[in-house]
Write a protein that binds this ligand. Sequence first.
Ligand code: PMP
Length: 430
Amino acid sequence: MFKHENSEKLRQRSENIILGGVNSPSRSYKAVGGGAPVVMDRAEGAYFYDVDGNKYIDYLSAYGPIITGHAHPHIHEAIVHQSARGILYGTTTPLEIEFAEKIQHAMPNLERIRFVNSGTEAVMTTIRVARAYTNRNKIIKFEGCYHGHSDLVLVAAGSGPSQLGTPDSAGVPQAVASDVITVPFNNLDDLEEAFDHFKDEIAGVLVEPIVGNFGIVEPHEGFLEGVNKIAHENGALVIYDEVITAFRFMYGGAQDLLNVKPDLTALGKIIGGGTPIGAYGGKKEIMESVAPLGPAYQAGTMAGNPLSMAAGIACLEVLEQDGVYEEIDKKGKMLVDGINALIKKYDIKANINRKVGAFSIYFSEDKVTEYKGAENTDGESFATFFNGLIKRGVMIAPSKYEAWFITTAHTYEDIEETLKIVEDVFKNDF
Ligand code: PMP
């Protein structure tokens, strides 16, 4: 079993200087018993090496962006090459044009694109564009979907589809929350009811086309088509948050995989090849609401910086090779089939949702199709599972709501090793 003595020592030092000891709250181990977060020293391929010298098979994948594994040689080379040519210009570069064209080639619905620096910024801006274009204020989103930490999306559901939201974070004004209605995912009746109630006040419906933030949850057949129909009949726009889903399941977005097109799309994570990035795009006519062509303002000193553009292009060059997603899918299936067999063998109350290389294990006998289902899964069993895995060399996110992400770097031997570790945890810790 791994020892984490140096991580424990660093926890104390970190808590004395970095607020809460973490730069993002989801990195804390609060939800899994409050141990010291494992401090990583180095990452390469599918592996992490911590400050105590332990090696892990990594399925956290930095919460999604690292789909080619850590320090991928092609991305590394692109970053080093660009670094020698300057990493931030504040001017137009051929790189940003090339990269935007490359994204558009894969996601043709994005007729115009802008780069920003995070998924949060991307989503925040799509909401502003929808409001500017429709001249309306209210937004409908879905329960349990995370869209970054801007005010408008940190809003909790009211008691029903005709109720306005309440702030989900201190510091978000009630006035902002009053512009947000939250309805359950996969439920068109509630969406319709929200539109019936607020009619021509709704600027847009914001949705993850395949949910990645309460595990991996696919839309029911016809759900996304229904979202489009209801929104468009009521003069509202549809915004897809593809920060997790774009380039996750295929070379393109979930919108290309499912063949349902939104009006606006927010991107992030994978497209930066591991560097900070966000992007948004959509129909030309709608995007032309943004400055310098239109009245909606959005800007950024770091936006489209050459380093992220070079890393992003290199990442997509890896992903566009033949067979990449088929291989990720095969490994995803092998791992999930293996874990499912172990769930059965050790009579664990759990089930798995998987889409290609992304999956989530729910400690519950019920299938999860909307947020309440994920909320009702057993957090204690998840904590036991998580702590069992990190003691034995498998790293996943310390939250029952996060997914595992398989990368091009994982090998079949890694999958076999992971299954041995999972079996050991089920056998001895449950
Ligand atoms: N949207 C979705 C669907 C996300 O999963 C996330 C981050 N997990 C964000 C937006 C925010 O992205 P960032 O953390 O880059 O601001």
